[in-house]
Ligand binder design. Structure first.
Ligand code: IPE
Ligand code: IPE
Ligand code: MG
Length: 262
């Protein structure tokens, strides 16, 4: 078992100022991020090649994971590749898959140092075999870590997740294991890809786009959305803290009339 990473210590006056306004006892347990804007970043930097943006974005993945671990969050879900992203040019898809593979291997020491357990959500059988193998390897190496759960959404679609849950429930009903009247919202949630994780309290999308793009459709029923203008490759700890501050300024009511703190 790995030791807990050190608690977050602000490194700039800007970080210290946001950090001092956060209430550490009411941070979200689970944050989900739509990592968007890699292509635009590459265009702005005049690399032209979209993949350069994806490559630079891996540094932001490391920063986000480390920050979440140092804040002792329970889970971080990162939208890395959607079911719709398969429609991108073959060159880009191939490059993304090879970036994923090298990330999965190179990142092991960092995951171990931060006591992070890697899991993945999506139609993983659609990934190339080499990516699947590296994914299982990194998941098994980090399986004993009991700090942050890093959930990578890969070949992930919210609608597909719901359909996959329905399929498994229908199979169980067909075999007589469950009856239609046993189905409740809680029982349904147990059939999703990560039944052990709480629903995300906060969803962040970078790059200024304000849409859900088929992410976690079931789980975001009461999630707070924070849209940040920063492009994903420029995302650093200060942006994470900014999103947390925005979240803590929200009043959540869950359909009632009184604010609920949880
Ligand atoms: C997000 O960045 C990464 C993936 C979807 C894999 P984009 O590649 O969507 O970047 P933009 O939106 O074109 O700038
Ligand atoms: C969503 O971003 C998917 C990921 C971040 C992996 P996209 O860039 O693919 O979404 P759209 O096409 O702008 O909706
Ligand atoms: Mg995009």
């Amino acid at each position: 078992m790995t030791a807990e990473p050190k608690l977050l210590e602000p490194v700039s006056p800007e970080e210290a100022s946001v950090f001092s306004r956060l209430q550490l006892d009411t941070l979200p347990r689970h944050i989900a991020i739509i990592m968007d804007g890699n292509g635009r970043w590459a265009r702005q930097k005049s690399f032209g090649e979209r993949i350069e943006g994806h490559r630079a974005g891996t540094e932001s993945v490391r920063a986000a994971t480390r920050t979440a671990a140092q804040l002792r969050l329970q889970a971080l879900t990162l939208y890395a590749f959607s079911t719709e992203n398969w429609a991108r040019p073959k060159r880009e898809v191939t490059a993304l898959m090879s970036l994923l593979e090298s990330f999965l291997i190179k990142e092991i020491p960092e995951l171990m140092d931060n006591n992070v357990r890697l899991v993945a959500s999506g139609r993983l059988d659609e990934l190339p075999a080499s990516a699947r193998n590296k994914l299982s390897h990194t998941m098994s190496v980090t399986a004993g870590n009991d700090g942050l759960v890093l959930n990578l959404a890969l070949s992930y679609g919210g609608r597909q997740e719901i359909v996959d849950a329905c399929r498994s429930l229908m199979q169980r009903a067909q075999s007589g294991e469950i009856r239609p009247e046993d189905l409740t919202t809680d029982a349904f949630a147990q059939a999703l890809y990560q039944p052990g994780l709480p629903e995300p309290e906060l969803l962040v999308r970078t790059s200024g786009e304000q849409r859900v793009s088929n992410f976690l459709l079931w789980q975001i029923a009461y999630t707070e959305f924070v849209y940040l203008p920063v492009l994903w490759p420029d995302f650093r700890r200060i942006h994470f803290l900014d999103a947390l501050e925005a979240y803590q300024n929200r009043e959540r009511r869950f359909g009632g009339v009184e604010p609920v703190r949880r």
